[in-house]
Design a protein around this ligand. Structure first.
Ligand code: BDP
Length: 707
């Protein structure tokens, strides 16, 4: 009896508790019976019309999804024949009348007169993406009658970048260890690799860089190429190509050459041979990602050569193959007089036009480094002859790791939708957003790409914080179509992942949509930034010593007895001059500069009255306190959705919010107490005083430095 009870207990536990592993691909039985039956009438069979591994993945996914959602086994047949009422996959269909034309990887879902639903693609991958799109329709409760839906990706290379190391650690990873078990590969292939590929394919992600940009030369050895090839074999049926970050001096360190000078014929030959070896093992290898002459990583400048020389050498090695070079523009020198903000623009714009046509320059969204809010990088719009890709960070390096709930779609969208005011053929109406640079419409780039630094790891739920799954999802959806709205993406994700109960969907969406502003308020309001050295978590606005000046906190905020902020106008570093006059006009005048960017561009006196009617000091205090208090609002909202959420996920997020609250107050107190030593102003009377001293918060931050 006891045993039976225990079994029942276990069964109920597994039946009801959600460990988050299935991400947004849950496929739980649709509870609304009429809706389920309506879907079932359109899904009586799956006709494959082909035999490629990618088409097979599409059919398998549909079969698995429909089994779960509809609770019935749907057979896969080789072709529809005279059958009706099924789902027919094909790369061969003529587009439906009046429908938008398909580009490579695009898909078209159509309800045909025959009673079948067709999933058409120009490529096998297109069909796969269409299969996921159809499942998404079902998962989010949309009708599948009278379907006529065409979707084309706006960007060609939709990349996930992993900062994973050979020893299993992940640089800036907060969800466990690396997914790639290098010690076990290639002989042991973790089934999880396939689920990783499914998740990416469901979003349209078609490329993955498996290793850290601070790269190990080991990835160029035969031993590792074999391991990487084993991963490529798993990803291929999901339309995902593998790329590798390279260590620029590899010809010397593992090739035994005397130099790694990119203009040296032997070095060029070494790369050509190495590339050949890689393609032999991985015929659809995607290419190389390179961090060079950046943060101490070696590069072509060590030999008096340029970024273009380095990139073009690799492009030459890739010439016989369908592979590309993604060369990062994340560079800045340790010059105390320089403004790090300006560095990438200064180094890269003179090279415009000098890169081989196989090279894409990968630019972080902002000029500094993935801050909670940054202006867009002035490189966008200023390299018309060089395809630029944008790099976003999904992992929450500066966004509170895995304990803070920050929905990132608004961060990505904010940058993509900003107007660069650059004139180009693609902007006749004058609107030249960063998105139009990236998707090639502004300068007619021959290649287009987007990259996101992954937030995945071995945690059972992949991302540590269950809510951070939404950021992987949102990145992928926007990489496919940057015109989608943050809210619409959140709506899909919640319905596919958490709940379909309408009021809970609404509440969670509201939390998500506010979460980034709340974080900015308690972390870096009014245009403060914090890319100082260390783990990028503990607040240390007082940090003034480091191996280089731009790795201190004081370099960025410049607090003194008069005021706060970095003057980037003509009286200061003049970084603003790197933007078009229209952009300069928006940000140049401290009276009219939007408050979110104020301290990015101006030094503002503590007593200066802002547009809010408060002085700078009072406004800062108000933001820090409002931000921290808003976490309590998040907690209360979250508590309301309890009945609609899986208990395991509910409890997990509840716990993280408690920590977020505690840490938000820590951030608030650290900034306020530290800045007060300069402002010499009281905290506004309406706000409570911190319950501790500056010494207390300093001591707390020191703990983060202990080994
Ligand atoms: C910074 C990270 C560092 C990365 C670097 C990069 O702190 O770990 O290596 O960016 O992107 O944000 O290369």
């Amino acid at each position: 009896m006891k045993r039976i009870l225990l079994c029942l207990l276990l069964i109920s536990h597994f039946a009801f508790s959600d460990d988050g592993y299935r991400l947004w691909l849950k496929y739980d039985l649709i509870k609304d019976v009429p809706r389920r039956e309506a879907y079932a009438r359109s899904a009586q069979f799956i006709a494959l019309n082909g035999s490629s591994p990618i088409l097979k993945s599409a059919a398998d996914e549909l079969q698995m999804g429909l089994q779960g959602l509809l609770g019935k086994a749907v057979p896969i047949v080789s072709n529809a024949g005279s059958r009706t009422g099924g789902i027919v996959l094909s790369v061969a269909f003529a587009p439906a009348a009046g429908a938008q034309t398909l580009v490579a990887d695009g898909y078209q879902l159509t309800s045909r007169k025959s009673g079948n639903i067709t999933i058409a693609g120009k490529t096998d991958s297109g069909v796969l993406y269409g299969a996921f799109a159809l499942l998404r329709q079902l998962q989010t409760g949309q009708s599948v009658e009278n379907l006529s839906l065409t979707s084309n990706p706006k960007i060609q290379y939709r990349m996930l970048n992993h900062w994973d190391n050979t020893n299993g650690t992940i640089e800036r990873g907060y969800a466990g260890e690396s997914l790639w078990k290098w010690y076990e590969l290639p002989a042991t292939v973790d089934p999880r690799y396939r689920d990783y590929a499914r998740a990416n394919a469901s979003l349209g992600i078609n490329g993955t860089v498996v290793n850290n940009v601070n790269a190990s030369a080991r990835f160029m050895t035969a031993e590792y190429i074999e391991k990487v090839a084993a991963l490529a074999n798993v990803f291929r049926p999901y339309g995902i190509r593998i790329y590798l970050s390279i260590y620029f001096p590899a010809p010397k360190t593992i090739g035994g050459l005397k130099t790694s000078d990119p203009l040296d014929p032997e070095v060029r030959k070494w790369w050509a041979d190495k590339t050949k070896e890689i393609y032999k093992a991985i015929p659809d290898f995607g290419g190389f990602l390179v961090k060079a002459n950046s943060e101490g990583e070696p590069g072509p400048q060590d030999y008096g050569r340029t970024h273009a020389d380095g990139a073009n050498m690799l492009a030459e090695a890739l010439r016989p193959y369908d592979g590309i070079v993604m060369w990062r523009a994340f560079v800045y020198k340790a010059d105390p007089k320089a403004d790090r903000f300006k560095a990438a623009h200064e180094e890269f714009t003179p090279l415009d036009g000098q890169f081989d046509k196989k090279v894409i320059v990968q630019v972080k969204n902002g000029p500094i480094d993935f801050q909670p809010r940054e202006p867009f990088s002035p490189l966008f719009g200023n390299m018309p002859k060089t395809p630029l890709s944008i790099e976003f960070q999904i992992t929450q390096e500066y966004l509170g790791f895995a304990t803070h709930w920050v929905y990132e779609a608004p961060i990505f969208k904010e940058c993509l939708e900003t107007d660069t005011y650059v004139k180009g053929k693609g902007s006749p109406s004058g609107e030249a957003t960063v998105a139009k640079v990236i998707d090639g419409s502004l300068h007619q780039y021959a290649m287009t790409a987007i990259a996101g630094v992954a937030n995945t790891g071995t945690d059972r739920n992949w991302t540590g914080n269950p809510m951070a799954q939404a950021n992987w999802f949102a990145y992928g959806r926007l990489a496919w179509d940057h015109t989608l709205s943050s809210e619409g993406i959140a709506d899909e994700w919640i319905k596919m992942t958490l709940t379909q109960e309408p009021s809970a969907v609404k509440t969670i969406k509201t939390i998500m949509m506010r979460s980034r502003e709340i974080y900015v308020d308690y972390n870096t309001p009014l245009g403060l930034s914090r890319p100082w050295s260390g783990v990028h978590f503990a607040p240390e606005p007082w940090q003034e010593k480091s191996v280089r000046p731009d790795w201190t906190a004081i370099y960025y905020h410049r607090a003194d007895s008069i005021g706060l902020g970095f003057d980037r106008t003509a009286t200061g570093s003049n970084a603003l001059a790197q933007y078009r006059p229209e952009v300069q006009k928006q940000w140049n005048n401290p009276e009219t500069c939007p408050l979110p960017y104020l301290l990015w561009f101006h030094r503002v006196p503590w007593t200066k009255k802002l547009s809010t009617g408060r002085t700078l000091w009072d406004e800062l205090c108000t933001r820090f306190y409002t931000g921290a208090d808003s976490v309590v609002w998040m907690q209360k909202q979250w508590a309301q959705v309890k009945p609609a959420i899986d208990p395991a996920i509910f409890t997990d997020v509840t716990g993280r919010l408690i920590t977020q609250r505690k840490e938000a107050i820590w951030w608030r107190d650290s900034w306020v107490l530290y800045l007060q030593t300069y402002s010499k102003q009281p905290i506004p009377a309406s706000l409570p005083k911190p319950g501790r001293t500056l010494e207390d918060v300093k001591a707390l931050s020191e703990i983060y430095k202990l080994r």
